[in-house]
Ligand binder design. Structure first.
Ligand code: F0G
Length: 461
């Protein structure tokens, strides 16, 4: 057996694929695949402190990268094939003001700000890994379906390296302008499908298979290898202490799946004693995971989930023509491709799934902004969800909690301006149509005549 290969997530199936296989489905049962390492035959660190030795090697691009400085924990690529654009220089910020809003004691809430990545979202963590794999196997074109951030990241990696051509599928009218701007500016072939993300996701898989284009959506297990590094950096910033909770927005459920795998492997390698609990927060208008996990009791069940629950739920979506709808367009997804991996992660780490309304999301987003970091709406679901879990008493006020801010504020400026706007039409067009009625934390621009005294009065109120 090779030291690195791909393996079906179902223990009872046991299907495998070689490291260079790009079908990204189990050849036996069609299920999801993991990247698997034979750790006994690979050099592994004795403690997490080992990674501090890379801090003074910032001249080496692989040690500078916030993903590849942990390369011993995702050792699938030879060093000369690794493609990095300096991703992962992100920040874990203590956030007492936002902590007060959600009901945590000072020093207990931290925000992991993935908006600082080169393309402005966490996706670059995964893209550097998928892109590296694509480069390893000699791909010349790479494709994804996207609500905007995956496509922005892919477009940027293609433009920055010149190694591949980006082909991106987006739903019509479903993408925030900051993200569309990135795809266009970086030269991606941009296909707007008459449909939503779930439609685009199905199509891109068909097209990738037919045309032999490399697929970089998170169904690709190599993407998730890169996203494990978000957790490695959280631990690094906490001096290698494990927090009580990681709270993350849920869309296609790639992040939570990657985080679960990271903690499973760290535990196996003896690098941590116990994983944190994981909370996944859906937008209420795209809450498949919440419905299945919390309402319908779907569990991983040690690899034997009752998939008839999923089938029945999807039949209901189809029959009742339910489409995902939320102001957090990044997570406007009803059929998350990593559903089963996410269930496994929750079972292994313990945790919860909640959904939050669009009103809760935009208010939490304003609090994050006022607290000194800017995030896009989907990211703020993590803060809104923490608020909810505090109110329910599931998270304690003394728990140490890390919320993942997945994307930058400037991805979706239209929404932010509408929230703070004094103009009812602007507010209604962007937010009111999503059932948002108030902007409790609005910071309204002040209209002043072009007159010195009036301006001074407006400042010195
Ligand atoms: N937050 C942001 C800002 C995102 O862009 C996404 C997903 C998520 C959260 C959800 O993460 O899929 O790992 O559960 N965006 C994908 C895209 C779907 O196409 O950009 P997940």
């Amino acid at each position: 057996m090779d030291t690195v290969y791909q393996r079906c997530i179902f223990p009872s199936c046991g299907g495998t694929a070689a490291v260079d296989d790009t079908a990204f489905v189990c050849p036996r049962c069609g299920g999801l695949l993991d990247v698997v390492y034979d750790w006994n035959r690979l050099p592994t660190p004795k403690s997490l402190k080992h990674f501090e030795s890379f801090w003074d090697q910032r001249g080496d691009p692989l040690s500078f990268s916030g993903v590849w400085r942990f390369r011993e924990l995702l050792p699938f690529a030879p060093a000369d094939k690794i493609v990095t654009i300096g991703e992962g220089q992100t920040l874990l910020q203590r956030a007492d003001e936002v902590g007060r809003y959600v009901g945590l004691e000072p020093g207990r809430l931290f925000l992991q700000y993935e908006g600082l990545n080169p393309s402005g979202s966490f996706k670059d963590n995964g893209m550097t890994a998928a892109f590296t794999h694509a480069h390893m196997i000699g791909a010349r074109r790479a494709a994804c379906a996207s609500t905007g951030n995956t496509s922005a990241s892919l477009a940027l990696f293609c433009a920055a390296t010149g190694l591949m051509r980006a082909v991106i599928f987006i739903g019509s009218g479903k993408i925030a302008y900051g993200k569309l701007a990135q795809a266009l500016d970086h030269g991606a072939l941009t296909l707007q499908i008459l449909g939503d993300f779930d439609d685009a996701m199905l199509r891109v898989q068909q097209v990738a298979r037919k045309l032999g284009i490399y697929l970089v959506n998170s169904i690709n297990p190599f993407r998730l290898e890169g996203q494990k590094a978000i957790m490695f950096r959280v631990l690094e910033a906490l001096a290698w202490q494990v927090p009580d909770w990681i709270v993350v927005p849920g869309g296609n459920l790639g992040n939570v799946s990657a985080f679960g795998k990271a903690f499973r492997e760290l535990t196996e390698l003896g690098l941590i004693k116990k994983p944190p609990r994981l909370a996944v927060i859906n937008a209420a208008g795209a809450n498949t995971f919440y419905q299945l996990h919390e309402r319908l009791g779907l569990r991983w069940n040690a690899g034997r989930p009752d998939v008839s629950i999923i089938d029945k739920y999807y039949q209901h979506l189809e029959a009742d023509k339910v489409r995902a709808s939320t102001v957090a367009s990044a997570v406007e997804i009803n059929r998350p491709v990593n559903l089963l991996k996410a269930l496994r992660a929750l079972e292994e780490c313990g945790g919860a799934v909640r959904d939050v309304s669009d009103q809760e999301i935009v208010d939490a987003k304003a609090q994050v902004g006022a607290g000194g970091l800017g995030c896009e709406p989907a990211s703020a679901a993590s803060v809104a969800g923490t608020h909810k879990l505090r109110q329910e008493g599931i998270i304690a006020s003394t728990d140490r909690v890390v919320c993942i801010l997945t994307g930058h504020q400037l991805k979706d400026p239209q929404l932010t301006v509408a929230y703070h706007s004094a103009d009812p039409k602007t507010f209604h067009d962007v937010l009111g149509s999503h059932g948002i009625g108030t902007a409790a934390f609005a910071n309204r621009a002040v209209q002043v005549p072009n007159d010195l005294d009036a301006i001074i009065r407006a400042i010195d109120v």
